[in-house]
Ligand binder design. Structure first.
Ligand code: ADP
Length: 424
């Protein structure tokens, strides 16, 4: 409704108010103060044109106090600003209501000041809001019913009364609408927030359900297999057969260990704060490649790196390591043994506020029908997969935390390219 220049004037340029409701009520307070300054000026001009004397000090008083509350609002002294603002507007309405004419419609402003208190103090300070509403009510009764006045009665012309009525009516209508709009907006945003949280909770619940089901299955499979191997080893006395069983057992244990590591990565990603560290990308990726090559026994794969040696980026190293470990690890795992030269090509480039990292392999590729699903939890796209199908799901969730993105291009038997974008 109002420009950003006006917003900056009210709350200060570059100021960030954490709570949305506080931010909105700081803006509302600022707007109301500006309205009260404008009203003071309009009344000064009206009185001057109508040749009415004696009111100027009150108008100037309202304007000066409004400017003070404006400054308090910018300094985030919200309670102080509310109290001062409500006191001054109640007092000024009372002054003009008493000793004036009922026909100026000044009493309407008591209704507005009562609602203003509620909107500005909000639910948090509802007792103070109630006290100010009570103050407006008491002042109304004192001036309207009991005729108590702090000023001598004045003789006002019919024309002046009419102008006053028009001004008071306009202020009441505009302010009333603005207050109501504010309250509706706050309510709607609270509702939206609740719905979003609900959706998130439902998603988490569904994932947890699937997770418990699949994880227990995936943990039991190697265990049953281990038990079977132990049985076989018991029954034989042939050292070669026993050795073979031990090898297979090591494989199952490694599988389980890999799976548990993935679960830890996943849980760490949901719990830990995102860190921002500066580091050299080439050194970082070289270390990951070396570790993986050794761990997966993939020395035959030729890795080509195209990363500027001086490329420094700012990101969360623990999370990025999880992402790249999974992607580069997959590029190794799903290599194509039929190809003479098995290759993984890793390229990084800076794109406007982003770093793009491409991990390209000439491996098995992924069939088109699997491509939209491979980022799902526990999704395996091939019989060859020895993994849990959690890796790419974790990659996607981790990138979401880093405010990054991922894209896949793949053709069966040709290879796959995963492109990762990170904010930098
Ligand atoms: P997994 O534990 O099975 O490796 P991921 O979530 O890491 O689970 O990957 C999901 C599936 O996507 C894998 O089972 C595999 O079929 C396929 N996939 C992932 N990366 C590649 C790749 N670089 N080349 C071919 N297939 C891949």
């Amino acid at each position: 409704m109002f420009g950003s220049g006006f917003r900056n004037l009210i709350i200060g340029k570059g100021t960030y108010i954490h709570s949305w409701v506080d931010y909105k009520s700081a803006l509302l307070r600022g707007h109301l103060i500006v309205v009260s300054i404008a009203v003071g000026i309009v009344y000064l001009i009206t009185d001057w044109l109508s040749n009415i004397q004696g009111n100027a000090p009150y108008y100037v008083g309202v304007i000066v106090t409004s400017v003070i509350t404006f400054v308090l609002n910018r300094k985030r002294k919200y309670k102080f600003a509310n109290t001062l603002f409500l006191l001054i507007i109640n007092l000024i309405i009372f002054l003009f209501a008493s000793g004036g004419s009922n026909e100026t419609g000044i009493y309407m402003l008591f209704v507005i000041s009562g609602i203003t208190g509620l909107a500005l103090f909000g639910h948090k300070d509802r007792i103070l809001a109630g006290l100010f509403a009570l103050l407006s009510l008491i002042l109304f009764f004192l001036s309207y019913l009991f005729g108590i006045s702090l000023r001598p009665p004045r003789d006002l012309t019919q024309e002046y009364i009419q102008i006053n009525f028009a001004i008071n009516f306009t202020i009441s209508l505009i302010t009333g609408i603005a207050l109501l709009y504010f309250l509706i907006e706050v309510n709607q945003s609270a509702e939206k927030e609740l719905l979003a949280k609900n959706d998130l909770l439902a998603k988490t619940n569904r994932e947890l359900d699937r997770f418990v089901y699949s994880a227990s299955h995936d943990l039991r499979a190697p265990l049953s297999s281990l038990l079977g191997l132990i049985e076989v080893a018991h029954k034989t006395s042939d050292p070669a057969e026993i050795n073979q069983c031990l090898d297979l057992m090591r494989q199952r244990v490694n599988n389980m260990d890999g799976f548990i590591k993935e679960i830890i990565d996943f849980s760490r990603n949901t719990r830990q704060e995102v860190k921002q560290e500066q580091f050299n990308l080439l050194i970082f990726i070289k270390e990951i490649v070396e570790d993986l090559k050794f761990a997966e026994g993939m020395e035959q794969i030729y890795v080509r790196l195209d990363i500027a040696p001086d490329l420094e980026i700012i990101s969360d190293t623990t999370r990025l390591k999880v992402v790249l470990n999974n992607l580069i690890g997959n590029a190794f795992k799903y290599h194509d043994p039929q190809k003479e030269q098995q290759e993984v090509y890793i390229k990084a480039q800076v794109e406007e506020h982003m770093v793009r990292i491409d991990i390209e392999d000439n491996g098995l590729g992924i069939a088109t029908e699997h491509q939209p699903k491979i980022f799902e939890m526990f999704y395996r796209a091939s019989e060859k997969s020895q993994g849990s199908g959690l890796g790419l799901y974790i990659v996607q969730e981790t990138l979401a935390k880093l405010k990054g993105a991922i894209q896949l291009r793949s053709a069966p038997a040709k290879g796959s390219t995963f492109s990762v974008w990170l904010p930098n």
